[in-house]
Design a protein around this ligand. Sequence first.
Ligand code: HEM
Length: 209
Amino acid sequence: MTRRSLALIKALVIVACVIPFAWVAARAFGFAGDLGANPVQMVLHTFGKTGLNLLILTLAITPIRKQTGLNWLVALRRTLGLAAFAYILLHAITYAVLDQGLAWRSLLVDVAMRPYITVGFLALVLMVPLAVTSTNAMQRRLRRRWVQLHRLVYLIGILGAVHFLWLVKIDVTEPLLYMAVLALLLGYRVIDWQRRNRKRRLRAARKPT
Ligand code: HEM
């Protein structure tokens, strides 16, 4: 993969990430139809779902890279992760501003008393340190701690799926599917960590003393 092709792929990924936002913005301003009978709900759902999808895509990069040997995929991880954060932030802002009209007291009550909002809020808060430390400089500075910190992304994904499961009232098929995909991705990483640890231990045992 040349630098130029990678830059092109990155640019295409960025454009793809912006599409759901552009779709919402276009409809909000009356282009390409409207946002339906309940526009706030439509915006909330579009941003929430896009954020969760992008988070899962971010988590899928490492397993796909390891299985296919396409190492350049790792260069897309940060872009996808930051786009996921941007959508979840927009999702929460939509709720706070458009749905609740920035009524702080009612927002605080929601965070404290409505379990699905509590879990979503926790996931959003946990995403902040990951976004802040996503730069190369931070990665170099934190080294091993960066890797440990960024494992939080699995917990964030699970919290996001639990948030979804909790808010659905009738058909839980979709949130359960998200949970199953997350369980697969986490299972893959656990098996991979165990395999690497075993190799490391074997190598250490073979070293002459
Ligand atoms: C402060 C944080 C958050 C707040 C206040 C919040 C609030 C909401 C609300 C009010 C809904 C719509 C509920 C309904 O239909 O009645 C919703 C849906 C949803 N949220 Fe969140 N959320 C937050 C964080 C998150 C996070 C972190 C994720 C994912 C990682 C997420 C993903 C979703 C998804 C997938 C839906 C359902 C979309 C659909 O049904 O199509 N949310 N959220």
